[in-house]
Ligand binder design. Structure first.
Ligand SMILES: Nc1ncnc2c1ncn2[C@@H]1O[C@H](COP(=O)(O)OP(=O)(O)OP(=O)(O)O)[C@@H](O)[C@H]1O
Ligand SMILES: [Mg+2]
Length: 385
C-alpha cells in the first residue's frame, strides 16, 4: 500500500468517524423518538459520512473540480434515495409494533390475545409467543373454573346425599345409647351396612368431582377385554346369586383394549351392578365384547323391562335415579334410596377419559348399554364442559 493510499484511508476514516460521532449524539438526544426514524437516521448518517469522506479526501485524491462535484451529487442522490427507502422500512416496522401494541392492549382488556402481526421476524415471533401465552392463560383459567365448579358440586352433593344416611345413623346410635333397642345386633349390622354405603358414596362423589375437574390421571395398558370381563363377572357373581339373576359373558377371542384397567373394571362393575339391580329374579344379564376396525365395543344387556322414554336421556346425569314408573315387577323400587345416582355418571366420565362413548338403548324386555373405546386415539383428559 502506497503512502498516498494510507493518507487517503486515514483522512476518510477521520471525516466519516466525525460524522458518525455527530450521528451518535443525535441518536442519543432523540433516543425516545419513534423507531420509524431509526433506519432513515442510519441512512442519512451513512450518506453524510460518505460525503464528508469525499470532501476530506478530494484534495489528497487530486481529482478535478468537475469530478469532485459529480461525486458529491452522486453521494447526495444515493443518500436521499437510501433515506427514503429506510423510512419506508421504518414505516413497516412501526406498523408491526403498532399491531402488537394494539393486540397487547386488547389482551389486557379481554384476557385473550388475537392480534395478527405481519412484518419482521422478531415481531411475528413475539406475536406467536403472545398467542401461546394467551392460550395457556385461557387453559389455566378454564381449569381453575372447572376446579371451582367441582368443589362447589362436591359440597352440594355431599350435603344433599349424606344427610339422609347420617340422620338414620344418628337415630340408630341414639336408640342404642338409650337402651331402647330389643335387638342391638340387628342395629349394629344395619349401622355397619349404612356406614359402608356412605363410605362408597363419598368415594363415588370424590371420584366424580375428580373426573369433572379433569384431574383423573389414567395409566393405560393393553389388556385382554376377556380378562377384564371375567374379573368383573366374578366380583358380581355373589350379588347376582342372591338376587337370582343369571350372568352370561361372551367376549370374542383376542380382543385387546388400551385402557386403565382399574377404570375399565369400574365401568364394567357399575354397568353390571345396575343391570343386576334392575333385572327381576330368574332374569338374565348378558355381557358381550367384540372388536371393530377402529374400536372395541362392550355391551351389557339386562331384563329391566325398558327404561321409560322420558328417563333414557337422563340416566347418565349426576344424581339421576329414575322415575317411579315402567319398572318390571320384582325389580327393586327405583327410588328406594339404594343408589345415589352416581354410577352411570362415573361410567360416562371414565369412558370419556378414554375418548370413548357410552350409549343406552331399549331392547326387547330390557335395555342395553354399549361402551365404545376407540383403538387409535391416545388416552387423554376429557373435555369437561
Ligand atoms: N341397567 C339398567 N336398567 C334400568 N335402569 C337403569 C339401569 N342402569 C341405570 N338405570 C337407571 O338410571 C339411574 C341412574 O343409574 P346410576 O347407576 O347412575 O345410579 P344408581 O344405580 O341409582 O346409584 P349408584 O350407581 O350411585 O349406586 C338408575 O337409578 C336407574 O333408574
Ligand atoms: Mg348404579
Amino acid at each position: 500500500m502506497s503512502h498516498d493510499e494510507v493518507v487517503i484511508i486515514a483522512i476518510a476514516a477521520g471525516c466519516a468517524a466525525s460524522v458518525g460521532v455527530v450521528g451518535l449524539l443525535f441518536a442519543w438526544v432523540f433516543r425516545g423518538a419513534s423507531l420509524r426514524w431509526l433506519p432513515a437516521g442510519v441512512a442519512v448518517v451513512a450518506a453524510a459520512a460518505m460525503i464528508a469522506a469525499v470532501i476530506g479526501t478530494a484534495r489528497a485524491m487530486f481529482i478535478s473540480d468537475h469530478d469532485y462535484v459529480v461525486v458529491l451529487w452522486v453521494c447526495l442522490v444515493a443518500g436521499i434515495v437510501a433515506a427514503c427507502f429506510a423510512s419506508l422500512v421504518g414505516a413497516v416496522v412501526v406498523r408491526s409494533s403498532r399491531q402488537l401494541r394494539e393486540g397487547a392492549r386488547r389482551f389486557g382488556e379481554s384476557g385473550k390475545y388475537d392480534a395478527d402481526v405481519t412484518g419482521p421476524a422478531e415481531f411475528t415471533a413475539l406475536n406467536e409467543e403472545l398467542r401461546e401465552t394467551s392460550r395457556k392463560l385461557t387453559e389455566a383459567r378454564e381449569r381453575e373454573q372447572r376446579l371451582e365448579e367441582s368443589r362447589r358440586e362436591l359440597v352440594s352433593w355431599v350435603s344433599h346425599d349424606l344427610r339422609t344416611p347420617l340422620a338414620g345413623l344418628r337415630a340408630m346410635t341414639e336408640a342404642l345409647e338409650d337402651g331402647m333397642v330389643d335387638d342391638p345386633s340387628r342395629y349394629h349390622r344395619q349401622i355397619s351396612a349404612e356406614v359402608n354405603r356412605t363410605v362408597r358414596m363419598v368415594d363415588d362423589l370424590f371420584e366424580l368431582s375428580q373426573i369433572h375437574a379433569g384431574l383423573l390421571d389414567p395409566s393405560p395398558q393393553t389388556i385382554a377385554l376377556g380378562d377384564l370381563v371375567s374379573e368383573s363377572l366374578a366380583a358380581a357373581e355373589s350379588v347376582a346369586a342372591v338376587k337370582g339373576v343369571r350372568l352370561d359373558g361372551q367376549v370374542d377371542p383376542d380382543v385387546l383394549v388400551h385402557v386403565d384397567p382399574h377404570a375399565m373394571s369400574r365401568v364394567i362393575g357399575n354397568l353390571l351392578m345396575n343391570a343386576i339391580r334392575h333385572t327381576p329374579s330368574d332374569g338374565a344379564v348378558q355381557i358381550r365384547g367384540w372388536s371393530r376396525p377402529d374400536a372395541v365395543e362392550l355391551s351389557v344387556r339386562d331384563g329391566c323391562g325398558g327404561i321409560p322414554r322420558e328417563d333414557i336421556d337422563r340416566v347418565f346425569d349426576v344424581a339421576f335415579r329414575g322415575g317411579a314408573s315402567a319398572r318390571t315387577p320384582g325389580a327393586e323400587p327405583v327410588a328406594s334410596g339404594s343408589g345415589a345416582g352416581l354410577g352411570l355418571a362415573i361410567v360416562r366420565g371414565l369412558i370419556e377419559v378414554h375418548r370413548g362413548r357410552v350409549e343406552v338403548e331399549n331392547v326387547e324386555d330390557g335395555c342395553r348399554f354399549v361402551v365404545t373405546i376407540p383403538t387409535s386415539d391416545p388416552v387423554t383428559q376429557p373435555s369437561v364442559g
